[in-house]
Design a protein around this ligand. Structure first.
Ligand code: ADP
Length: 538
């Protein structure tokens, strides 16, 4: 027999309406280009979002049509985050750090109809404008720079929308948003999120044993809002009624710590490369910022090295390691200690926290290798496959990449992992970054994490270089910490305390910086191009 419950669709609209009603005084703070702070309340946000939705409908936006954004993290992006999907449109956040040809390809592939762009990002629009076909472009006046002819002022457009606009009733499986993966191989591929997936993901983010966002929190998403729904955090802030503090275009350690101090941020989130700089600033002068005593930070997107967890603990900031993917809305695992693990030794606790963590509810996992499904023994490696209600079942309008889904409907993540008997996932590599030496796998991630735990190392990436005898050998590319000059011999000696001899990189390349992807991760393909062809000797 069926239950007797209402068939109430899971859409973003009730989240928005409730936040406007119950938390009208909660603030949304944005650092503007001139570094001053812009403040709105949830009540103002709610009203402006309604107007923007009405204006979009008035402009002829029909159900399922795409509205693109080229925007920093800030109040206007948040308005688009809700106005577009709640009016029946699909929000397409463009990653403006990509090459202009990729941005244009992505906007055209998604058939974006309108664009909302921050005025300070107009130079990016200028570079793509002849390659794309936006019908109308709305410019958010953040800096006050004149708006070029042919483009429209976002504020004027918003003002055309009625404040008493009623949001349409939507079905929960309608698309709410789109993101394209950066496409390190092949063309970028689109993921279309549904309202239902976003809502369920938002509930998950709120759980006390995952991110645990509450109404008392002040949230600072440093992760760009164009990157995988800002990890679902802006949605979660709306559901919980948390205050938001957006860094705008100012993503450097100085400005981020300044915002943490002035708004008393309790939860921040971003990729490890951002936190490297923040930790360094804290190490240089820890007393300078009066931070909230409960400040914690979700770190993901690439591996969070154990040394960084320890480093932030020294400053009273708890880092929570999370793993996810654009195809997963994005959260898949969070590393929190299970009951009883407090009794482990300090080293064991840190090792557990540095793993990618436990599958969040409703994300199911299995590890597949040549022998079939691998046991959860902490040793057997294989590709991680996942399924669940917020995991993509295909790419948008693309045959390419369809081989990532198995015949029985699981999504192959391309991450090589072990899962231990407690269920903690540990990523050892991405399939495309694996190092195979003498027929055995070496984990580049383990070596990188260890190197970044050395006091003289600021950043490290380990890549495979071809080798006549061993097929491949690891090469460590290292950025020294400020004022330090570690030698190759010293680093090798240091690593030999933790790794088998054949794992140790034979060569160390010291560089000023490691190139980054558009989402702030180490760009290993560039390192391979640069170093793999060199003759490293036998
Ligand atoms: P892009 O490839 O465009 O950066 P994603 O953000 O979707 O797109 O990247 C997802 C990938 O990032 C994962 O498959 C994994 O390889 C890596 N990743 C994400 N979080 C972590 C983490 N905590 N530790 C290690 N790798 C991670």
């Amino acid at each position: 027999m069926d239950g007797t419950m209402m068939d109430f669709p899971l859409t973003l609209t009730p989240m928005l309406e409730r936040a406007g009603k119950l938390f009208p005084d909660v603030e949304i703070v944005t650092r503007l280009p001139d570094k001053s702070l812009h403040r709105h309340t949830f009540a103002e946000f709610h009203q402006r979002t309604r107007r923007l939705a009405a204006a979009l409908e008035g402009a002829g936006l029909k159900r399922g049509e795409r509205v693109a954004t080229i925007m920093w993290n800030g109040y206007a992006h948040l308005e688009a985050y809700f106005a577009v999907p709640c009016s029946g449109g699909v929000l397409h956040t463009l990653n403006f750090r990509l090459h202009e040809n990729d941005i244009a390809f992505i906007a055209n592939h998604a058939e974006d109809r309108f664009l909302i762009v921050d005025d300070v990002l107009l130079p990016i629009f200028e570079r793509i404008k002849d390659k794309v076909k936006f019908e109308r472009v709305f410019v958010v006046p953040l800096s006050g720079a004149p708006i070029p002819e042919g483009l429209e002022n976002y504020e004027d457009f918003l003002a055309t929308g009625r404040a008493d606009y009623a949001f349409p009733e939507l079905k929960e499986n309608e698309a709410s948003g789109m993101c394209y993966t950066s496409g390190t191989t092949g063309r970028p591929k689109g993921v279309a999120y549904s309202h239902r997936a976003m809502v369920l993901h938002t509930f998950c983010v709120g759980l006390a044993d995952t991110v645990g966002l509450t109404q008392r929190d002040v949230l600072m998403p440093v992760v760009p809002m164009f990157h995988a729904n800002a990890w679902g955090l802006a949605h979660a802030a709306m559901m919980m009624g948390s205050k938001l503090a957006f860094p705008g275009p100012h993503m450097d350690a100085e400005n981020i710590l300044g915002l943490c101090e002035s708004e008393q941020v309790t939860l921040a989130a971003g990729v490890p490369t951002i936190w490297i700089g923040i930790l360094q600033a804290l190490e240089a002068d820890s007393g300078r910022w009066k931070l909230h005593p409960d400040l914690r930070s979700v770190v993901g997107g690439s591996a969070l090295p154990e040394g960084m967890i320890r480093g932030f603990d020294r400053h009273g900031i708890t880092t929570i390691h999370a793993w996810g993917m654009t195809e997963m809305t994005p959260i898949g695992t969070i590393s929190r200690l299970k009951r009883g693990m407090e009794a482990l030794s300090e080293d064991e606790r840190y090792q557990a926290r540095a793993k990618q963590g436990l599958a969040v509810p409703f994300v199911e996992m299995r590890v597949i290798n040549d022998e079939g499904e691998a046991p959860w023994d902490g040793e057997s490696m294989g590709e991680l496959q996942v399924r669940g209600p917020w995991i993509a079942s295909s790419y948008y309008n693309s045959e390419e990449g369809s081989d990532k889904w198995s015949a029985d409907g699981w999504f192959g993540t391309g991450d090589v992992v072990t899962i231990d008997k407690e269920g903690y996932v540990k990523i050892t590599d991405r399939t495309k970054d694996l190092i195979k030496s003498g027929g055995e796998w070496i984990s580049s991630v383990d070596l990188e994490n260890a190197l970044m735990g050395h006091a003289g190392v600021r950043e490290a990436a380990v890549i495979a270089v071809p080798h006549e005898k061993w097929t491949e050998r690891p090469l460590a590319v290292v950025v020294a910490a400020e004022g330090a000059a570690p030698s190759a011999a010293e680093l090798k000696e240091y690593l030999s305390q933790s790794f088998a001899k054949w794992w140790l990189p034979d060569n160390y390349e010291f560089v000023d910086e490691i190139p980054r992807t558009s989402t702030g991760k180490f760009l290993k393909t560039a390192l391979r191009e640069k170093f793999a062809t060199r003759d490293w000797g036998a």
